[in-house]
Write a protein that binds this ligand. Sequence first.
Ligand code: SF4
Ligand code: SF4
Length: 385
Amino acid sequence: MDSRVYVLECTDYTEASEKIPQLLEKMGGMKSFAAESESIVLKANLLRPAGPEKAVTTHPSILAALGKELAAAGAHPLVADSPGSGYKYDQKMLQKIYRTCGLDAVSQETGLRLNMATTAEEVSCPEGKLIKRFEVITPVLEADGVINVCKMKTHVFMSMTGAVKNSFGVIPGLKKPGYHAKLRDNTRFADMLLDLSNYVAPRLSIMDAVLAMEGNGPGSGEPRRVGLILASTNPLALDVAAGEIMGIDRDRNTLLLQAAKRGMTPTRLEEIELIGLEKSELRIPDYRLPATIYGNEGLGDLPWWQKMLVPLFKNGMSVKPLIDRKACVACGSCYESCPEGAINMLDGKYAAINADKCIRCYCCHEMCQYDAVILKKSLLYRLVN
Ligand code: SF4
Ligand code: SF4
């Protein structure tokens, strides 16, 4: 597998229209990734309605610049994604996301097409190690090729989200909680993501790390200016570089650990070839990691008898989601996203979590636009870590 990762400084999104062509030029130009008259999906990260300044979604200027390059190569670009697990994949929601994320304005200005189809099909994934069938949104299935345009963010369940995790967006919104219900342990969730990323097989992955996210991402962390755009034909290589930037140890990066167990490469910094920056310049020492980081090593390596004991102590050892009733506006997104039915809407006024049913997937935290889901570290968790 290609282990090259290209990095270019881009301190502000106003520079994206110059920087994207420069980055592509180093990789042989857009014509290396899209032929004339091909339809190419720009698979953005459009997790939920959020302004570009919140760093939740791929910035519209990056997508606009890629759309322009594709059009210049004679291809037909289309931006597509399905929102996160608390949101319906319907036209009303897509319109809201496009408007809020700044893509509507970009589309009107540049003619960049935005997907409005809301159908999906079940597809066979015979190469999948864990999952053999996925339901995938139609624009991705109908395209000649996919360019993965991800966002660099921390992630409370998976430690980080980057190129591989971005593939989860091809699953329709309300189908996503089912994967959390089936794959509670993040090692199994990582295996599913690797299967899905291999299935989507993007020709190119571009990472928006101009304004990235730190803290309790991917929906409610804080924006962090990193000032970089990264690119690779190998999503895993891009995630190795992003993990290094954020300072997420490989031991806490379940996705890379599972990939290594499958013999996939690269999964370590020494295995990537970095072009445009020294490896020693990547790390940002004070990058804030998710509150859950010490619970994110998964259960994969524990002996069977320890795995059986873990559920007894799991709740006491983990970070608990709680509802801030003052901030909650009873929008219901957390309720829709919860794979275990652990959330009730009390009197239609606010949400409440049943801790006994909660499996700590943090979908509710990811989906709440109002910062009303807070993460509380237990005393045991704080003592141990
Ligand atoms: S906590 Fe309240 S505001 Fe947040 S997603 Fe749930 S219902 Fe909506
Ligand atoms: S309440 Fe628990 S199980 Fe439900 S979405 Fe939140 S973290 Fe996941």
